[in-house]
Design a protein around this ligand. Sequence first.
Ligand code: OGA
Ligand code: MN
Length: 210
Amino acid sequence: MRAMQIPYDHPLLLSIVDDLAVKGWSQQNIFLPEGLTLELAAECHKRAAEGELAPAAVGRGPFQEIREGIRGDHIQWLEPGEAAICDTYLNLMDSLRLAMNRGLFLGLEDFESHFAMYPPGAFYLKHVDRFRDDDRRMVSAVVYLNDAWLPEHGGQLRMYLKDNVEYDVVPTGGCLVVFLSGEVPHEVLPATRERLSLTGWFRRRGNEPF
Ligand code: OGA
Ligand code: MN
């Protein structure tokens, strides 16, 4: 059993909180230790082989539909207690949640996340990670699980920042990108190879009755 707890005042978490406060996003190229990245990638592959990943839908509730012309990834939502390695990831993200609550007063109450596998050629068109009828998602967090990714493989996360600045993240294993869900439009460019990630959202409590 590997218990990896990191305190919410770890320098890495503080620097993410700092970036979010100053510019609304953060990139940490060396966030997940290599062993953890490899084990999470193996877990994702295992689930894909067992047919547990399904084409991702767009929209929410009864309006969900599969639209590969909008997003072509296959996903599976995580639940705590399914696999020790996933719990390690969830614990890490919980430390980040506490760090953000302390440093940014966001009142983040939970974290939802899924594995995502983009087959070669799949993409996700420009979007914002917030639903029109549900503004609970405050902070998006993506960690990449790809071994030896090169820029020429494509698959960049393209973020549309202030002042017409576009910024591309190469989805290298162990890298974490965090951004304010309502404020950073972004897209996933197609890649020449399979692209794996864990994507999640820190949420505050909603006011709405559903
Ligand atoms: C998403 C998303 C970005 C990425 O799942 O909403 O934008 O780099 N993912 O995988
Ligand atoms: Mn997104």
